[in-house]
Design a protein around this ligand. Sequence first.
Ligand SMILES: Cc1cc2nc3c(=O)[nH]c(=O)nc-3n(C[C@H](O)[C@H](O)[C@H](O)COP(=O)(O)OP(=O)(O)OC[C@H]3O[C@@H](n4cnc5c(N)ncnc54)[C@H](O)[C@@H]3O)c2cc1C
Ligand code: SF4
Ligand code: SF4
Ligand code: SF4
Length: 394
Amino acid sequence: MKEFVFSGNVLKCYGCRACEQICPQKCIQMNENFEGFLFPKIDQTICIDCNLCEKVCPVIPDNRSKIFNDITNNVYAAWNIDLKERKNSSSGGIFTAIANSVFAKNGVVYGCSWKDERIVAHQIRITSVNDIYKLQGSKYVQSTTEETFSQVKNDLKNGLDVMYTGTPCQIAGLKLFLRKEYEKLICIDFICHGTPSPKVLSAYVDFIEVDYGKISNLKFRDKKESGYSAYLSFKTFKKGVISKLIGTSPYMVGFYKGFYNRESCYLCDFTSVKRVSDVTISDYWGFGMFHPELKKEEKYGVSCIISNTAKGEEIVASMSEKVILINSTLSNCSTNQPSLSHPNVRPQYRDVFFKDLEKNGFKYLSKNKLRPRLYYVYMFTPTWIRSIYRRLKE
Ligand SMILES: Cc1cc2nc3c(=O)[nH]c(=O)nc-3n(C[C@H](O)[C@H](O)[C@H](O)COP(=O)(O)OP(=O)(O)OC[C@H]3O[C@@H](n4cnc5c(N)ncnc54)[C@H](O)[C@@H]3O)c2cc1C
Ligand code: SF4
Ligand code: SF4
Ligand code: SF4
């Protein structure tokens, strides 16, 4: 019966590692494929046919149907009152506000961080507000869950409050791995349009390092220079922090075009208003269109919060002193969110991208297939320049 996990199905497997972590024999290993994504491989000589791996796999429709919430989405536009926390985050700083409330109860928080000084994304456990900075900000690459599902189970058994943030497919893997509801677990996901290959990010980092030497602290959504959604930045030894308009980064061009997402992202079962988490956070794209009187708030980022469960609604209510909350609707929030209705369309170039990368290298691709187009440059022009442009036009 463990056929799916055995099949190593490259198209559907999310790489969540729930099967690996549940296996009592430790006979599942995650191996990297040619594209740089992890897939399970079973050592059949020690497998005892217990089928646990298949029982926790979110690809199996019967498993998935057990963990989707009923559709009860309440929707808010929101931002963190603490400007420093908001600036350090990708959109409105809602992740940080929820994490702070978990630490106030002596709880623990799981989320995505760079691995030490290396630019490799993985899920980690933090126990103090001093470490929140590690999880803040979107890392646009697939993160590996390591052994965090087992750690979560341990924490819950020890009576701790636990918050887990991740992609919807990671949350699905976690919930199936746990195999029962825990009152003290809060699951937070985001609207997700796909996770790129760690191999491509690594090639991009190598490409940058030719000019700048060793880099660290890569931020895809640095607001420090001029606000929301404008800059990608990284730290260098020789020249300090370097910032680039995000639309001019060849890696981000390929990301927006969906050239190197995991195959499962193009068939994703979680790109809908049916959610597996208690709370879904995202950017509130187009907020100023629905609330012109508050448009200036876009400068430092506005999040959308969708609360999916009664627990989610409690979490939102408990943040009311730390977060500005504005009632909104699913139809407004989803206007600019294709990933709430369908998976990212798989571009034809995805068929040959990885072969092209192998054969020609990232530098060649940056000058050809990943060249910034005017559209991307405009889209990520700092908001203050865009408003001057609009005023001049008017
Ligand atoms: C790969 C990816 C795709 C996304 N797609 C969309 C989208 O289509 N539409 C949209 O509106 N928003 C999308 N987001 C979410 C968005 O970028 C912000 O994370 C969200 O607005 C929350 O912002 P914040 O200011 O509250 O928190 P932030 O401080 O930005 O917190 C980020 C949270 O995301 C988690 N995280 C960061 N990177 C990863 C990762 N690689 N894997 C798992 N967890 C991660 C961190 O652990 C942290 O909990 C995406 C994020 C990622 C990482
Ligand atoms: S059937 Fe059981 S022992 Fe075999 S790989 Fe799956 S979890 Fe491991
Ligand atoms: S989706 Fe997760 S549980 Fe299923 S085979 Fe892939 S890694 Fe294992
Ligand atoms: S798009 Fe779907 S499959 Fe891809 S990372 Fe997001 S939730 Fe997982």
